[in-house]
Design a protein around this ligand. Structure first.
Ligand code: MOS
Length: 794
């Protein structure tokens, strides 16, 4: 890999791709011109809705007194289960769930009956001419609920753990067992058993969930929503509302962070559409910050018990993983921690079990690296423990268990640069200066610790469409119904389009966030960059195929009567492969032929279907598709490969032994994420994910009262996320990695690997600093002090 030439040398098309282009939407954002979903205020007759929620987590509504609320100025409607129009379909039936599709997460729809299942469940929607009027009326609305004792979590004595009946939400499938884990563990010369807990976490994007629903006709709806995927939202809404898909339009031009919570469709979006129908006006609903804790899912509170059996040389023999977590009354959601536990290292014997308990909470959901983030905390802390117990360096023990193939399915990796990540990370961090003994390094009164952890995330496969329209004057409009979470989709796709068309990025207008545009995957599962970039690249090839046909038929073209297969395109110039001097720029060809514009369509192919492109690292000039013929004779290469990104995080902490505070003082992340389209936005992705991981490690916890099952800290004053002052200047590097199997652009997606392993790196650094193995997240000062109490050490 190291000796291979860089991308720009192998692909003459690449000018913009790989450059640290600043955000093309940066100016719109800093000037306020970027319109977020809650900012569509100019719709005729727009009115405001607020949700009134239940104070209790379980019970039954016994009375609703609207009289005082009705008397408030500006009130247009008070909608409850008694008078809100019913959805055409909900996800509560198997049929509805199937029709709504992959965005189904919470199957329960509030405001359909008098039953209360979770705290802050919507009990009414108040609509008024202004937000303030709606809030005031909601405050005057009296909803009386007869409370019952709720179940707060899987730890509640009333809770009953059960095995999930099937594989819900694509999340609890776990990893297939292999070997004989129980027997191999029992026979292992070295055994470790430990339980790791993870607090409930909430995504807390800057931009809260918001919906503006506008019925443009009785059967035609436009929704401005905070959606990570407009087409998922469109499909779901059409089923909920009983409309043909084409009569629902969803628009999401800008998103202020999602982290998974804007991936599925949640009840408030459907309820806003129903409310708009009921009042006959466009309706805006913006969730309050407290409502963000009870409206768009969360990472579930959970514990994992990991048993590891190894040789005295630190080679893994067996792993048994068991996870317990809380889910809602109706759904069996659990993030699948065992996926990463089962695939990260070579280990012949493995078994995982998941148990859930129904509680009076809303359904948990995807949160950045669902499964991998908490799962990596368990396996990566266990590896660190094993290393310490056996006196082996933490990197060395990982190398001894390096998986040359995916241990969970035996497949070769499509690409894997993990060894380079360890090596480069260690170099950047100065790992060789690490004192192997714990609790030995001090800076003044502070204890200093160094820790590291492995990261991995699957290259999830998906398909999506793109449309490219190239104008004869050298401008282009590129359209994909994708979304930009704020992480750079606008920018990276502009770069890919520019190079694919051989024009400068400022000649490209990239449009996204609208179901009127070609359908693609959501910005989730780290799929958007790979899928959208590949589909745009393929759409551009469609443009070239059409223009080549024009050229070879054009008597005035230097390419007249050439065979189309003998023509190549380099930086927008159509030329003979054998004689590149013979050719012309597309502008000349199009202008001469009075071709105003030309359109290309493309699908971002994945896995078995795709043909490797120049971008993916295949040899240029007509050898595209050669990646399919792999070393596995007769096996389709893409389908037969396990596709993952890998990385390594290195962390230094300072622990104050008197205050119990932990400060991250140094950070290095090195990632092998396939082709990096833009090192600037990519670096931000890694910094963001690592910051979120540090937050999960040290601060983030949604506290649910064990008696009332109500969140006691649903606000950003009491739910702590990292601020700039909590995070050091981070060092981020990417390994130059070519992967010809994953998609046409060779892009793996880095939105989630950035978070995987990060909390373990922090925990391992704390262990190195203090000798205390902290297994309960978040590692608060109180927990640190408790662990470091001198009486406990004695
Ligand atoms: Mo992410 S949790 O796949 O939006």
């Amino acid at each position: 890999m190291d000796s291979e030439p860089t991308f720009s040398q192998t692909n003459p098309q690449a000018v913009a791709v790989g450059q640290p282009l600043s955000r093309v939407d940066g100016r719109a954002k800093v000037t306020g011109a970027a319109k977020y979903s809650a900012e569509y205020n100019n719709l005729p007759g727009l009115v405001h809705a607020v949700i009134k929620t239940s104070d209790v987590a379980k019970g039954r509504i016994t009375s609703i007194d609207t009289s005082a609320a009705q008397r408030e100025p500006g009130v247009l409607a008070i909608l409850t289960h008694q008078n809100l129009p019913k959805p055409a379909q909900t996800a509560e039936s198997e049929e509805g769930k199937k029709a709504i599709g992959p965005s189904t997460q919470m199957t329960f729809m509030p405001l359909q009956s008098d039953q209360i299942f979770y705290a802050a469940q919507p009990v009414a929607i108040v609509v008024a001419d202004t937000l303030e009027h709606a809030q005031q009326a909601a405050a005057k609305l009296r909803v009386t609920i007869a409370p019952e004792a709720p179940i707060a979590s899987y730890q509640d004595p009333k809770a009953q753990l059960f095995n999930p009946s099937k594989e819900p939400g694509g999340a609890a499938e776990g990893t297939k067992p292999r070997g004989k884990a129980t027997a191999a563990f029992a026979a292992a010369p070295v055994q470790l058993t430990a339980t790791y807990t993870h607090a409930t976490n909430h995504h807390n994007p800057m931009e809260p969930g918001a919906t503006v629903a506008h019925w443009e006709a009785a059967d035609r709806l436009t929704v401005y929503d905070t959606a990570q995927g407009v087409s998922w939202q469109q499909r779901a809404l059409s089923v909920f509302l009983g409309l043909p898909t084409d009569q629902v339009r969803v628009i999401t031009k800008y998103i202020g962070g999602g982290f998974g919570c804007k991936g599925p469709i949640w009840p408030h979006t459907v309820l806003t559409a129903l409310t708009a129908k009921a009042v006959g006006r466009p309706v805006k609903l913006v969730l309050t910050r407290p409502q963000m804790f009870t409206s768009m899912g969360h990472r579930e509170d959970q514990e994992q018990t990991l048993r590891v059996g190894a040789t005295k040389e630190g080679k893994l023999l067996a792993m048994l993983h068991e996870k317990h977590s809380t889910t809602s009354q109706w759904d069996e959601y659990a993030e699948s921690n065992s996926k990463i536990v089962g695939m990260l290292y070579a280990c012949p014997n493995f078994e995982a079990t998941t148990k859930l308990a129904h509680a009076n909470v809303m359904t948990p959901s995807w949160m950045r690296a669902p499964g991998e983030a908490p799962g990596s905390f368990a396996i990566e802390c266990a590896m660190d423990d094993l290393a310490a117990q056996l006196g082996i360096d933490p990197i060395e023990i990982r190398l001894r268990n390096y998986a040359d193939r995916d241990p969970s399915n035996g497949q070769p990796w499509s690409s894997k640069s993990l060894k380079q990540c360890y090596q480069r990370g260690a170099e950047l961090f100065g790992w060789n200066k690490r004192n192997p003994k714990v609790g030995q390094t001090r800076e003044g009164k502070l204890l200093v610790g160094w820790g590291m952890a492995t990261a991995s995330y699957p290259v999830n496969t998906s398909q999506g469409n793109a449309r490219v329209r190239l104008y004869g004057d050298g401008h282009a409009v590129v359209q994909v119904g994708a979304t930009d979470l704020g992480t750079g989709t606008y920018t990276i796709i502009t770069q890919v389009a520019a190079d694919s068309l051989g024009i400068a990025p400022d000649k490209v207008r990239f449009e996204l966030g609208d179901t009127m545009l070609p359908t693609t995957i959501i910005s989730g599962g780290s799929m958007a960059a790979g899928t959208v970039s590949s589909s745009v690249y393929v759409a551009a090839q469609d443009v070239w195929q059409k223009l080549i046909k024009v050229a070879v038929a054009d008597k005035k073209s230097p390419l007249y009567r050439a065979k189309p297969t003998e023509v190549e395109v380099a930086k927008g110039r159509l030329q003979l492969k054998a004689d590149p001097a013979k050719g012309e720029a597309f502008q000349a060809l199009m202008q001469r032929g009075q071709i105003f514009d030309i359109e290309g369509l493309g699908q971002g192919h994945v896995g078995a279907d795709y043909e490797a492109s120049q971008f993916a690292g295949a040899t240029p000039s007509g050898k595209s598709g050669n990646a399919k013929k792999s070393d596995d004779a007769g096996v389709d290469a893409a389908a037969g490969h396990s596709m993952h990104s890998f990385g390594a995080h290195f962390c230094e902490v300072h622990v104050d032994p008197e205050l119990g505070t932990v400060r991250v003082t140094k950070w290095v992340s090195v990632i092998g994420g396939g082709r990096i389209l833009n090192p600037k936005t990519a670096r931000s992705q890694i910094i963001g994910g690592a910051t979120m991981g540090i937050g999960a490690a040290l601060m983030e916890q949604s506290v649910r009262d064990p008696n009332l099952a109500r969140y006691t800290n649903p606000n950003l004053a009491d739910y702590h996320v990292c601020t700039n002052a909590d995070i050091p200047d981070m060092t981020v590097e990417f390994i130059d990695e070519k992967d010809p199997y994953i998609n046409a652009m060779g892009v793996k997606g880095i939105g989630e690997i950035s978070m995987v392993g990060t909390s373990a790196a922090v925990g391992n650094a704390i262990f190195h600093a203090t000798g205390q193995r902290m297994r309960n997240l978040p590692i608060t000062p109180a927990k640190m002090l408790e662990a470091m109490r001198p009486s406990q050490k004695a």
